[in-house]
Write a protein of this length. Structure first.
Ligand SMILES: [Zn+2]
Length: 104
């Protein structure tokens, strides 16, 4: 049976949206939820699709997610440093060219 055939309907009468939890206790675990946000009038329907993962699997997944997040933050900092360095280099080049033109 395909996943599409098993889609639940929420109390609003809509076909539920398949979502993925990213909380520390259930990282990567899929669930069905109302596709309308609760604060916009949704019914707050919730039902797990996947069985609960072993606690060791949750710890491993959560640890890997944190490592990916730390790597992405470091990459963003490196990009910012590179942009500053490139800007300074271009500015120095412009100043040098102006100096050469004026001094000749
Ligand atoms: Zn609903």
């Amino acid at each position: 049976m395909s996943l599409k055939a098993r889609v639940d309907s929420c109390r609003c009468g809509h076909e539920c949206q398949l979502r993925t939890s990213w909380t520390p206790s259930n990282p990567g675990r899929r669930f069905y939820g109302c596709k309308i946000e609760k604060d916009k009038g949704g019914c707050n329907y919730f039902k797990w699709v996947d069985d609960e993962f072993p606690s060791q699997a949750n710890r491993v997944i959560w640890g890997l997610l944190n490592r990916v997040k730390a790597f992405e933050e470091e990459r963003a900092r490196a990009r910012t440093r590179w942009k500053k360095l490139a800007s300074i280099t271009v500015l120095m080049l412009i100043i040098w060219v102006c100096y050469c033109v004026v001094s000749h």
